[in-house]
Design a protein around this ligand. Structure first.
Ligand SMILES: C[S@@+](CC[C@H](N)C(=O)[O-])C[C@H]1O[C@@H](n2cnc3c(N)ncnc32)[C@H](O)[C@@H]1O
Length: 160
């Protein structure tokens, strides 16, 4: 089965190369960007301005191929890709929770973006702590490591 999605918009961010890009929004707190929503989807933005944070689902378009085991940015050991947020995935979908600063027509001003410039956006959802935050969560291998990496290096440049 194959599934075809069409982007509803595109990210404009300061990052042209994966290397040097923050590894998560929590490492990109003052990084400003824009989501440009395509004209045919503007009506879907109604009522979004009341939310302080949004979930962006993006197609990590510069990911080439995938690896089932990766050494994550915050670790030195191989982990299963589905136990990481690494960009080289069978379906290279990125999920980033960013601050929504303002909406001007079809342009969403955001803060805390870790997507490259030009990343196609597949969907936007409001972040709702009641739905999305889990006080009792455990963090697997991340509980064991305390690396303070802020930005990506070139380890996910290709699948080889
Ligand atoms: C570790 S991923 C996390 C993305 C998202 N926050 C997530 O958890 O799904 C973030 C890294 O992916 C890479 N990246 C960001 N946008 C990309 C894109 N459009 N194509 C390929 N790689 C991208 C950059 O190296 C960035 O540091």
């Amino acid at each position: 089965m194959s599934i075809e999605y069409h982007p509803i918009g595109v990210v404009h961010s300061p990052f042209k190369d994966a290397e040097g890009t923050p590894i998560q929004p929590s490492r990109a707190q003052n990084v400003e960007g824009t989501v440009e929503v395509f004209a045919e989807y503007i009506d879907g933005l109604k009522d979004l301005e009341g939310f302080s944070h949004i979930i962006l689902l993006g197609h990590l378009h510069q990911s080439k191929g995938y690896r089932l085991q990766v050494v994550p940015f915050l670790d030195t050991e191989h982990r299963g890709v589905f136990a990481t947020r690494a960009p080289l995935r069978p379906n290279p979908i990125g999920l980033s929770i960013v601050k929504l600063c303002s909406i001007e027509k079809n342009r969403l001003q955001i803060e805390g973006i870790d997507f490259l410039d030009g990343t196609p956006i597949l969907d936007i959802k409001p972040y709702v702590s009641e739905f999305d935050a889990r006080a009792e969560a455990r963090f697997g291998w991340l509980d064991l490591v305390r690396k303070q990496t802020q930005v990506a290096d070139d380890r996910f440049k290709s699948s080889s």
